[in-house]
Design a protein around this ligand. Structure first.
Ligand SMILES: Nc1nc2c([nH]c(=O)n2[C@@H]2O[C@H](COP(=O)(O)OP(=O)(O)OP(=O)(O)O)[C@@H](O)[C@H]2O)c(=O)[nH]1
Ligand SMILES: [Mg+2]
Length: 318
């Protein structure tokens, strides 16, 4: 079943959710307004009709947010989710449903249909994900590089330091957490979950090889979990583990991973269609590629040199 769904956002950043009728599929849970796409409709025209039928409003500015396929025991759905950034009219419950506006924190505490986890993640994540170049001996310069990226608007950072020992990684991670905190940004640690917790990181980023070793769902309470994926098999593993988002690479050939076959934009698009969570495109990309990544169904781009000031100079070994 194809479904059009709207995450309607107000100027104060709150989202409108309705409560599903008790007797409906996923009854009693909160949902983003929307409904089944009928024959002859596009997801956009269905969204327009549904929002009018359910709330008496007309979407004016919408942008694709994420597309999610989900199998409930009794039906399969594909949700085509849009962020509705402006609309005309005043929402009213035309079908007698309860509805309310929720900020991000309240949204995370609601009971939503199982398919909606990826929608909430997509709403909370930015369109760019900085991966740090391998740090050299000059730590001050390394932190200044992170800070410069944060000043340019980066809000999500992965500390990736493969060449350092555990002791130094811990120092670097603590420093990176501090810098990110000051700018209201989140830090993902490429490393062990226990270390992420000790240093106060916001999440842990798993390499594709770590993905192979984890059995079942990984429950790290309020830590974000992300993973690096290079093919559809790894995406499946990431899904089983319950990641919040993934990075798919390499979209283009890169200097940091010579010889790795590029997946190209078509490969990236196929991976986005499969993933029930947000996906960043990685590999030879920078901010000028964000729009393309979004057109292909992604959350945005992840980059080392593409998001690092002066890129080439520092990130020579990255
Ligand atoms: N509208 C909406 N549907 C969702 C969400 N998440 C989710 O899994 N779904 C599923 O997508 C399907 C969409 O259906 P719907 O019941 O809203 O469809 P509709 O408005 O056309 O309903 P109707 O048949 O009562 O007229 C349901 O199976 C529902 O459980 C969500 O956030 N919003
Ligand atoms: Mg509906």
């Amino acid at each position: 079943m194809q479904v059009a769904v709207g995450a309607i956002v107000r100027e104060d950043g709150r989202y409108l959710l309705s409560r599903r009728r008790a007797d409906a599929h996923q009854g009693g849970r909160w949902e983003f307004p929307g409904g089944k796409i009928e024959a002859g409709e596009t997801p956009e025209t269905a969204l327009d009709r549904e929002l009018y039928e359910e709330l008496g409003i007309r979407p004016l500015i919408i942008r694709p947010l994420i597309s999610i396929a989900h199998r409930y025991p009794e039906r399969h759905v594909r949700l085509h989710v849009y962020r509705v950034e402006s609309f005309s009219g005043t929402p009213e419950p035309r079908e007698g449903q309860a509805f309310d506006w929720f900020d991000e924190t309240a949204l995370c505490a609601l009971s939503l249909p199982d398919a909606n986890r990826g929608i909430v993640a997509a709403l909370r994540l930015p369109d760019r994900y900085l991966i740090t170049p391998e740090p050299d001996v000059d730590e001050a310069r390394f932190f200044a590089g992170i800070e410069a990226a944060l000043r340019r608007g980066v809000r999500l950072v992965q500390l990736r330091a493969k060449s350092v020992d555990e002791h130094r990684l811990r120092l670097l991670a603590s420093g990176a957490v501090d810098v990110c905190r000051r700018h209201g940004a989140r830090l993902m640690l490429n490393g062990r979950p226990e270390l992420a917790r000790v240093v106060g990181a916001d999440g842990v980023h798993l390499s594709a090889s770590q993905l192979q070793t984890v059995q079942g769902r990984l429950d790290l309470e309020n830590l974000y979990i992300a993973a690096s994926c290079h093919n559809e098999r790894e995406l499946v593993l990431a899904g089983r583990l319950g990641v919040d988002f993934a990075v798919c690479s390499p979209v283009r050939p890169t200097a940091s991973h010579p010889g790795a076959p590029a997946i190209g934009w078509l490969g990236f698009e196929a991976m986005c269609a499969q993933a029930p969570f947000p996906v960043y495109a990685l590999g030879g990309l920078d901010t000028t590629d964000i729009e393309e990544a979004r057109r292909r169904g992604g959350q945005g781009v992840a980059a080392i040199r593409g998001l690092w000031e002066g890129g080439q100079a520092y990130a020579r070994h990255a």
